[in-house]
Design a protein around this ligand. Structure first.
Ligand code: NAD
Length: 355
């Protein structure tokens, strides 16, 4: 297994492995870039098929956080962590506390939060051992985990994409297919249904899908068919790399806009989507709501400021990316990368109400 020559390495500053014998914790922290500040990014717990898969995932996710923080105008760097294990079987308070102690060993250079397989209640257990954690209710006034804010940002991003691509000012009757009705996907379905969108969804966990059908009235779709629904918007809200050379030619949606990190299999898939006439809303821009929320929460600002900042992404940043991409005939993913890279390479700090 290679690290420095890994295809996802991309100049990472640190990759730290940790094993805690008594709890069985096997975790990796990746810190991609700290030009704009210490790294902040969630912790994912997943049943990776191999250590290599976990390393590739954490490197890819952590790089994405650098780009996300930069394009969102936050003064933080990019990092992420993964715990290797099945969250439904292997997650114990001992393991989470060991993760907290691992955070302490990094002295705040990386601050963690929730992600796939890690929930707000788990974050609270991690916080019993470390201050380098955010995104739970006891360190803020009246706002809790990031997922509702991520969902809100995706919802606002879908509105922006529908306005740009379909010329429609509201989502009434717009058909949206959601892949994964977990923390973000479920909340997103709720927001869409509230404004009259027609929502179909799939999840590999049947209990999660059943809940969305029962409580929200989403139309259930088998997991292997959700990407190919005849809809206006495809919202990937599960795992990464769903958009690739096999899937893109079969997509019927005119917009792809969802919360999942690293939706493109590789850079050429951005080109493929553009050629197919599909407006791709860059994942790390549309899903930045949760990061904005945990950032302000960590540095102590209020809910209104969080919402204002998320709205700004949908109302200014995304339309700018869409227009520049159209003007230059480049993929939206490339334009987003260029704008983000420009900021984090310059190291220029933004004026924010936090910190
Ligand atoms: P989650 O674990 O709560 O939900 C993910 C859901 O996707 C689960 O219900 C899982 O069963 C389902 N799933 C996995 N593979 C699937 C497949 N092939 N088909 C259908 N369903 C599948 O995670 P989440 O917090 O909702 O995050 C979802 C995505 O959004 C992840 O990629 C995450 O990195 C990203 N994201 C989340 C946040 C946040 O605030 N939670 C912020 C930014 C990005």
């Amino acid at each position: 297994m290679s690290v420095f020559s890994h295809p996802e390495f991309d100049g990472h500053e640190k990759l730290v492995f940790h094993h805690d014998r008594s709890s069985g914790l096997k975790a990796i922290v990746a810190i991609h870039n700290t030009n704009l500040g210490n790294a902040l990014g969630g912790c994912r717990m997943w049943n990776y098929a191999s250590d290599d898969e976990a390393i590739a995932d954490v490197l890819r996710l952590s790089k994405g956080m650098t780009y996300k923080a930069a394009i969102t105008g936050l003064n933080i760097g990019g990092g992420k962590s993964v715990i290797i294990g099945n969250p439904r079987r292997d997650k114990t308070p001992e393991l989470l506390r060991a993760m907290g102690r691992f955070m302490n060993s990094l002295n705040g250079e990386y601050i963690t939060a929730e992600d796939v397989g890690i929930y707000e209640e788990d974050v609270k257990v991690i916080a019993s051992e470390t201050e380098y954690v955010t995104g739970f209710d006891s360190n803020s006034v009246g706002i809790n985990g990031p997922s509702p804010y991520t969902a809100y940002g995706v919802f606002r991003g879908i509105e922006a994409a529908v306005r740009f691509r379909l010329g429609r000012n509201n989502l009434k009757g717009i058909r949206v297919a959601i892949q994964g009705v977990g923390k973000v996907g479920f909340e997103l379905a709720q927001l869409l249904i509230n404004v009259g969108a027609e929502v179909s969804a799939a999840d590999i966990f049947t209990d999660s899908l059943e809940r969305a059908v029962r409580e929200l009235g989403v139309i259930p779709v088998p997991a292997d068919q959700i990407l190919y629904q005849q809809v206006d918007v495809l919202a990937p809200c599960a795992m990464g790399a769903t958009l690739n050379k096999e899937t893109i030619p079969q997509l019927k949606a005119r917009i792809v806009a969802g919360s999942a990190n690293n939706q493109l299999g590789d850079r050429s898939d951005g080109e493929r989507l553009t050629e197919a006439g599909i407006l791709y809303v860059p994942d790390y821009v549309i899903n930045a709501g949760g990061l904005i929320k945990v950032y302000y929460q960590y540095f102590g600002a209020d809910r209104q400021e969080v919402i204002r900042h998320i709205d700004q992404i949908a109302e200014e940043t995304l339309p700018r990316i869409f227009s520049v991409a159209r003007e230059l005939r480049k993929p939206t993913s490339v334009i987003a990368d260029e704008l983000a890279r420009e900021r984090f390479m310059s190291g220029e700090l933004a004026q924010t109400d936090a910190a």
